[in-house]
Design a binder for this molecule. Structure first.
Ligand SMILES: Nc1ncnc2c1ncn2[C@@H]1O[C@H](COP(=O)(O)OP(=O)(O)OP(=O)(O)O)[C@@H](O)[C@H]1O
Length: 315
């Protein structure tokens, strides 16, 4: 079985709030995948659903071929969630031993201390650790059962630069050893540094997916924006102009294309009443904002605007 996590049409509502609004996600076994998105995008909710801590309002999830939440599945998963609290009174070593005892084939204590860089803190009470050290302890606890699938919800929050770089190295090593890692982050830099595949989530929807190179390429694509008296539907607009992607910003339409010069004559000859044409060069650092803003403004991004792991990602 090639797929580690498959989510289909995942919806999660909290009262009137639609935290997830039809998330489709397919994550292959092995390697690192990032779920990248701004605050409130739905990253933690997705992780909680995958872990079986929450139930979806609708939609389907399969994790390593099973429904979330079973004991057999939990034994194969390691998770670092946000706002985890250490129990009072136990030292780092005791807590790690306790967690190791839950699993049939735990990693050795020394390995966990090395993985987390907490060897010097082994005798300290977990509650006395700094914020960054606590995060590293959570990582060690997440690894206690030698998990096949590792879920990390904003794992480097609170870590200093050195701890973060070291953590990234550990994640890369774990992934190259065959484990599957899904991590959430709002840092483009982190996703870029770690992940072979990135799914960008905004407003409860996956708005783009691809390798870091593909995301950068599409986000750094120049665009032509304009207003128009009348326009065909977006699929036809893409077909007629050969553009890669469409964004709408109020009445302004933005067409992304690697060759904007070729777009201009098409627009002039279109008969759509195109006015106020601007050629825009996107900057690389706008990538993430550009992708997530499209979701905020409700702009449709029809068709396979980015290839996913195995081809187009339909939405
Ligand atoms: N238990 C809950 N009850 C009500 N609303 C919730 C609950 N959990 C999450 N939400 C809301 O769902 C939306 C998505 O939240 P979520 O925590 O998944 O976002 P996130 O992408 O992880 O954000 P952050 O980067 O800030 O952690 C937010 O609007 C949040 O306020």
């Amino acid at each position: 079985m090639d797929i580690a996590i498959a989510c289909k049409g995942l919806v999660k509502t909290f009262g009137s709030l639609r935290a997830l609004d039809g998330v489709d996600l397919e994550i292959r076994r092995g390697g690192v995948t990032a779920l990248l998105g701004p605050n409130g995008a739905g990253k933690s909710t997705t992780i909680s659903l995958i872990l079986g801590l929450l139930r979806p309002t609708s939609g389907e999830i399969r994790v390593l071929g099973r429904k979330p939440g079973s004991i057999e599945l939990r034994r194969k998963l390691g998770a670092m969630v946000q706002e985890a609290k250490a129990p009072d009174g136990l030292t780092v070593r005791e807590l790690l031993q306790l967690f190791r005892s839950y699993y049939p084939r735990p990693l050795p204590l020394d390995r966990l201390l090395d993985l987390s860089g907490l060897r010097g803190e082994a005798g300290r009470r977990a509650t006395a650790l700094s914020g960054g050290q606590r995060r590293r302890l959570q990582f060690a606890l997440c690894m206690a059962g030698d998990p096949e699938l590792i879920l990390l919800d904003e794992p480097t929050t609170g870590m200093d630069v050195e701890a973060r770089l070291r953590f990234w190295e550990e994640i890369r090593a774990l992934a190259s050893g065959g484990r599957t890692v899904l991590l959430t982050t709002h840092s483009m830099e982190e996703a870029d540094a770690l992940a072979e595949n990135i799914h960008v989530i905004a407003d409860g929807r996956i708005v783009a997916a691809g390798t870091p190179q593909q995301l950068k390429a599409i986000a750094s694509m120049p665009a032509v924006s304009f207003t128009a008296d009348r326009l065909p539907d977006e699929a036809e607009l893409l077909r007629a102009t050969g553009a890669a992607r469409i964004e709408r910003d109020g009445s302004r339409v933005r067409l992304f294309a690697s060759d904007t010069d070729a777009l201009l004559p098409v627009l002039f000859a279109s008969g759509w009443g195109v006015r106020d044409i601007r050629v825009e060069t996107a900057r690389l650092e706008d990538a993430y904002r550009q992708l997530t803003r499209a979701a905020d403004s409700g702009a449709a991004m029809p068709g396979p605007h980015l290839p996913s792991q195995g081809g187009g990602i339909p939405r």
